[in-house]
Design a protein around this ligand. Structure first.
Ligand SMILES: [Zn+2]
Length: 93
């Protein structure tokens, strides 16, 4: 399904669209590269004896030195501009 701007609405479809478009347009290649830097990865936060699963950004951290929860501000800015949802690796949908 495509949105009113012609971009795919589903995160996986948008990711494939960006891959193909990046071969033909350097601006799309730059967006694709930025999203690759800010990919998601599953992590575990240790809070005392508890282990809390978290999805964090591979390219960001917080000022306190912790992982940045994904989607990070960079991914949110890009996906908001594209009017798309972030596409996480193995995202729960
Ligand atoms: Zn990030």
């Amino acid at each position: 399904m495509y949105g009113i701007d012609g971009l795919p609405e589903e995160p996986d479809d948008l990711s494939m669209w960006l891959d193909v478009a990046a071969d033909h347009n350097p601006l799309v290649a730059a967006i694709r590269a930025a999203l690759d830097v800010h990919a998601s990865v599953d992590a575990v936060q240790y809070a005392g004896s508890r282990q809390i699963p978290r999805r964090v950004c591979t390219g960001c951290g917080t000022d306190a030195g912790n992982w940045q929860v994904w989607p990070c501000p960079t991914v949110r800015a890009i996906t908001t501009a594209l009017k798309a949802r972030p596409a996480a690796e193995e995202a729960d949908r």
